[in-house]
Design a protein around this ligand. Structure first.
Ligand code: NAD
Ligand code: MN
Length: 491
């Protein structure tokens, strides 16, 4: 059991309109010592014996033992979803909406507990899980509840909206509960049923969501949750009883999934990696742009697929901008994710930290200049990376081309808008882009020529259930969120 005191933090959570819970002074979070799977509306033991621990990446202490689902478990989960599909797909849309509203409300009521659990299991700062992740999780269910009985009016080509069937959904560890909501809410709104696999380092909030489904009396089998690592994910997406695959994770695994689904009747959407450009013009409001760059790359330790990890500065402002950025970076507080003053929490796993560190080494070896925050000591245990930026980066450098998925920014320059566009688009990825300028005409011109699914102007990393999200090129297939996201769950 773990306790966290929220008594002094009530006012700073008011900026979220989705915050609703009459917050208790102290929140208790129970974590079972071991978990099974959620199949057919019940928590059951895996048919295999293999288990693994999920740890708190800020302490390296084990939080719980998680089941590794095997082939028989996947068979059972898909069968349960298939059986539930008969009833759920024929449930009146307005009735489906009631379940989704109920789930959304219950998420709000249990928001603090979910936020703490998310931060403990994954390492993200409590301020982010409390003010960003969990409120957006609730928003996603509210948003999709409203869609259930209106699909025929708004989705082109769907006057008679029909669900696809059983959806296999595999999600990553960077926004564990939010990715579960992104996947589950639209699937259910359209009348599909689900088998979801959370990432192996962050299974706890998905299992807690299963409890919420029970509390809301969601019909059994409509959502099933199977835990495990890559092999479990592979068994799930390759299962013959699956009609649709929705995946968020690395481009490498995304390509494997695309190959394994090719030639089947499965529908596939993929949300993959990114190396997104953030372009700052000399006419931008500089301090605002500095703040935007901070949240573009250091939000959630940079474990963000749409992170603004390539900063392009107009040459004339480069030195001044970098000076202000360094000053701001040195104020970031790295440390205990459960401390509400923490800006940058723990790296999600030892493996991910190794990967990030190897990129830091590449950056130095390739001749770029590395600047890191901060002088303060980092905790002895746990996985930590200081917020970092590189200057004098060659566009061909590894750190300028590959996704690092950590708090590491590569700073480059441009002279003309034309050059900015060309450099920004020169990437195998195309997930998001940021544009900072005072000139509206520049915004429209640049945005229309940017090969990126999401483009932010004078802001970055803002999410809303109503706006579609997804990528060009190796960043993926299809869109999630809004009207476009729903179409991917209809036949
Ligand atoms: P990953 O793609 O291996 O894992 C994502 C999810 O896919 C997890 O649930 C995992 O268990 C599952 N998975 C793994 N192999 C699978 C397979 N063959 N079939 C089906 N499911 C499978 O990502 P990772 O190893 O956790 O991270 C590696 C890198 O991927 C990161 O460093 C980062 O660059 C990138 N990444 C991107 C995102 C994103 O949102 N775009 C998210 C996580 C990781
Ligand atoms: Mn964990």
């Amino acid at each position: 059991m773990s306790r966290i005191d929220h008594s002094s933090s009530q006012t700073d959570s008011m900026n979220s309109e989705w915050e609703y819970a009459p917050a208790p002074e102290t929140t208790e979070v129970n974590i079972e010592s071991r978990y099974g799977l959620f199949v057919g509306g019940r928590f059951i033991a895996s048919k295999g014996r293999r288990r693994f621990d999920t740890i708190n990446p800020a302490t390296e202490i084990s939080l719980s033992s998680i089941s590794e689902s095997n082939e028989k478990d996947i068979d059972a989960a898909v069968a349960s979803a298939r059986k539930a599909f008969r009833g759920w797909s024929r449930t009146k849309p307005i009735e489906r909406a009631k379940y989704l509203y109920r789930i959304a409300r219950r998420i709000q009521e249990r928001a603090r507990e979910l936020a703490i659990l998310e931060s403990m299991d994954g390492g993200k700062p409590i301020r982010e899980s409390r003010d960003v992740d969990i409120p957006l999780v609730a928003q996603h269910f509210f948003h999709h509840a409203g869609w259930c009985d209106k699909l025929q009016y708004a989705i082109p080509g769907h006057h008679d909206p029909r669900p696809l069937g059983v959806c296999a959904q595999v999600i990553p560890w960077n926004f564990p509960l939010l990715m579960a909501a992104w996947k589950i809410a639209p699937a259910l709104a359209c009348g599909n049923t689900v088998v979801l696999k959370p990432a192996e380092t962050t299974s706890l909030t998905a299992l807690r969501l299963a409890e919420i489904f029970q509390e809301c009396e969601l019909p059994e089998g409509v959502v099933n949750i199977v835990t495990g690592a890559g092999e479990t994910g592979r068994l799930l997406v390759e299962h013959r009883g699956v009609n649709k695959v929705a995946f968020t994770g690395s481009t490498e695994v995304g390509k494997m999934i695309a190959r394994s689904c090719a030639g089947t009747s499965k529908r596939v959407t993929l949300e993959l990696g990114g190396k997104s450009p953030n372009i700052v013009f000399a006419d931008a409001a500089i301090d605002q742009a500095v703040e935007g760059v901070v949240s573009a790359i250091w939000f959630n330790q940079g474990h963000v697929c749409c992170a603004g990890s390539r900063l392009f500065l107009e040459e004339s402002i480069h030195d001044e901008f970098v000076r202000r950025l360094e000053h701001r970076m040195r104020k970031l507080r790295v440390g205990d994710p459960l401390d509400k003053n923490t800006d940058v929490g723990a790296i999600n796993s030892g493996e991910q930290l190794e990967k990030i560190n190897s990129y830091l080494q590449h950056g130095v070896d390739e001749g770029a200049t590395m600047t890191q925050c901060c002088e303060r000591d980092l905790p002895e245990n746990g996985f930590w990376c200081r917020p970092t930026f590189f200057t004098e980066v060659q566009p061909s450098a590894k750190i300028a081309r590959e996704e690092i998925f950590g708090p590491v920014l590569s700073v480059m320059t441009f002279r003309t808008p034309e050059e900015a566009i060309q450099r920004a688009n020169d990437s195998p990825y195309g997930l998001s882009a940021g544009i900072w300028t005072d000139k509206g005409s520049k915004v429209f011109e640049i945005a229309s020529r940017m090969k990126a699914g999401v483009i932010w102007c004078n802001t970055f990393n803002k999410f809303d259930a109503a706006s579609p999200f997804g990528g060009y090129k190796e960043s993926g297939w299809g869109r999630e969120g809004g009207r476009h996201g729903l179409a991917a769950y209809l036949a």
